[in-house]
Design a protein around this ligand. Structure first.
Ligand code: UD1
Length: 358
């Protein structure tokens, strides 16, 4: 049995790491394709090193570009690889252009697509990631849904066959890595920031970085925090800030993108986290740190329902109101389940492929 895994962007390296290990443990041959969507050491190679992911078998070196150029380049690069590798299945993760390219190329070749993190929806079709998720789910033969909400979202779109609720592979990743992260280097301590005396912020969504007004609003949200804000700056955001010439608020401390372990450490010790990332919202929840989400909607509605995540758009007034709220009750935080989602994914994949169906 052989799978081709397609990854390309930072969050996918985190998700693929526990699944790749589970594939190896189950004796499934894995051919690893890196699309090259993320290519800097800080955005890519450091994740491979820290998470002990083996070298990709091929890097398509697509790099950055418009959505059409990026996605089409990945598809053109991937097609001959799928032709020569002839896998039983193509495994894709999440919602990036690399996910979409992997899913479409495989589906057009008649190779079953397995989607890890299926069924997430923001219900905002203006988000490139939402288009990627919807299309990927509709061409997938196996849909590994992390939560009941994700399963219900798929059912609402008529997708019931091939859906398996597996738990969340990002929880496997954090569970495996947190002990190492806690004893490692602290980017906050190096800056003189003691635990719980600072916030952490990340911003990279197109909706928050597209125009000067978008950036101005999101920076005003960070400026509303009455403590230093450790701000690992995504390259897209760095480029946008330079382009529009906006200065950061005085309390914001910019740093280069952090590695996975360094990011876990600063998040675990933060007072509050502000973000427009999907993954960071969940990590905050699992770490028991209140999260303020700089978007109008979230795919992770469970985090909001439990009181640990507050949606504020990119509105500094709503951000200030959320910051003024009392901390949520730790007893109200549902216990994270499992920590063996990767094993469930691989067991299901092997059983289904061995049976030759869904
Ligand atoms: C992508 C994903 C998003 C995911 C995010 C995680 C899509 C549509 N979006 O967004 O779902 O949450 O990754 O980071 O696939 N750049 C560098 N160095 C790098 C990578 C990117 O400088 O290693 C710059 C490039 O100038 C590029 C810009 O960042 O134009 C944006 O990169 P891109 O891959 O297009 O999207 P992300 O914003 O990273």
């Amino acid at each position: 049995m052989k799978v081709v895994t397609v990854v390309g962007a930072r969050p996918q390296f985190v998700k693929a790491a526990p699944v790749s290990r589970a594939l190896a443990a189950a004796g499934v041959a894995e051919y690893l394709v890196h699309t090259g969507q993320h290519y800097d050491d800080a955005m890519s190679a450091v994740f491979f090193r820290e998470l002990s992911i083996r070298e990709p078998d091929v890097n398509l070196e697509i790099g950055s570009g418009g959505h059409a150029v990026q996605t089409a380049g990945m598809m053109s690069g991937l097609d001959p690889v799928l032709a020569s590798e002839a896998p039983d299945c193509v495994l894709v993760y999440g919602d990036t252009n690399s996910t979409l390219a992997g899913a479409l190329t495989a589906a057009k070749r008649g190779i079953p697509v397995a989607h890890v993190e299926a069924g997430l929806r923001s219900f905002d079709r203006g988000m490139p990631e939402e288009i990627n998720r919807v299309v990927t789910d509709h061409v997938s033969a196996l849909l590994f849904a992390p939560t009941d909400v994700a399963v219900a979202n798929l059912a609402r779109e008529g997708i019931v066959a091939g859906v398996h609720r597996t738990g969340d592979v990002m929880f496997d990743a954090i569970r495996e890595s947190l002990p190492r992260a806690r004893t490692g280097d602290s980017a906050a301590a190096r800056l003189g920031l003691a635990p719980r005396t600072y916030a952490v912020a990340t911003v990279h969504r197109a909706a928050n970085t597209g125009t000067r007004e978008d950036l101005h609003a999101v920076l005003a949200c960070l400026g509303a925090v009455a403590m230093p804000v450790l701000f690992p700056v995504h390259p897209r955001t760095q480029e946008a800030l330079g382009r529009v010439g906006l200065a950061l608020p005085a309390n914001v401390v910019p740093v280069a993108p952090l590695s996975y372990l360094a990011m876990l450490r600063v998040m675990a010790e933060a007072h509050v986290i502000l973000t427009d990332s999907g993954g960071v919202q969940k990590e905050a929840f699992w770490l028991g740190v209140p999260c303020i989400t700089l978007r109008e909607e979230t795919e992770w509605t469970e985090t909001v329902a439990s009181g640990w995540n507050t949606l504020v758009g990119a509105d500094p007034v709503r951000t200030a109101a959320a910051l003024a709220q009392p901390a949520p009750d730790p007893a109200a935080r549902p216990e994270p389940e499992g920590g063996s989602a990767a094993a469930v994914v691989v067991r299901t994949l092997v059983d289904v492929l061995a049976a030759g169906g869904r």
